[in-house]
Design a protein around this ligand. Structure first.
Ligand code: SF4
Ligand code: SF4
Length: 209
């Protein structure tokens, strides 16, 4: 029937309008900014850089590999790699970003940078109150503004952050086990070499006497 869609739509509107006087969940308007709806776990806005411990420099996970810079579709990431190295979360010396800028006036929140990062170093923030009076400098976020602690990451994405922590600790444990196995193998090889070298050395010693 022509117009049935309009009638159905009006019925939905009427049901919600009348229902809003009786059921709280139908009251979808909140008195922002005094009231705020909680954001869902998967809500995302712009990227942030995660650091471990309390030190935004020493704990920064980013190793300036520049993969995210290359993959970012609108090319809004700018990285300058350091000349020196600092230990990463596994104690391995790594480069770090001397400069890490993101132009959030260009960023389209696609999360590709997060997907391609091999170091769990870049994640999506939930902060959305970012309006500024200036178009250029004020929307260009520097490394210092982008750096957020792992505790902050846990606060905004608890489920995702817990999974990331587990991945990182599993990787650290696997690396530690590999290192231990290699050290044991090297010690065994050295012992075997010493055992085979001993009789000939003894033989030489006895011939000489
Ligand atoms: S979210 Fe997308 S557009 Fe924004 S910095 Fe990451 S890759 Fe670039
Ligand atoms: S955020 Fe990740 S992908 Fe981007 S430079 Fe740092 S380590 Fe590499």
């Amino acid at each position: 029937m022509i117009g049935s869609g309009i009638l159905k739509g009006m019925a939905v509107t009427a049901r919600n309008f009348v229902g809003s006087y009786f059921e709280k969940e139908r009251l979808i308007t909140v008195q922002y900014p005094e009231e705020r709806n909680p954001l869902p776990e998967n809500y995302r806005n712009f990227p942030i850089l995660i650091y471990d411990t309390d030190d935004p420099h020493a704990g920064l996970r980013c190793v300036a590999c520049k993969i995210c810079e290359k993959e970012c579709p609108p090319q809004c990431i700018y990285i300058v790699k350091s000349e020196d190295k600092k230990p990463d979360y596994m104690g391995k010396p790594q480069f770090y970003p001397k400069v890490f800028d993101i132009d959030i006036s260009v960023c389209m929140s696609c999360q590709i940078c997060v997907e391609v990062c091999p170091f769990e170093a870049i994640k999506m923030d939930k902060e959305f109150e970012l309006s500024k009076r200036e178009r250029f400098d004020h929307l260009l976020l520097r490394r210092e503004q982008l750096s957020k602690s792992n505790d902050y990451y846990h606060k905004i994405h608890p489920v995702e952050a817990a999974a990331v922590d587990k991945n990182l600790s599993d990787a650290a444990a696997a690396a530690e086990a590999k290192k231990k196995a290699a050290a044991e193998a090297a010690a065994k090889a050295a012992a075997a070499k010493a055992a085979t070298a001993t009789p000939s050395a003894q033989g030489k010693a006895s011939t000489g006497s």
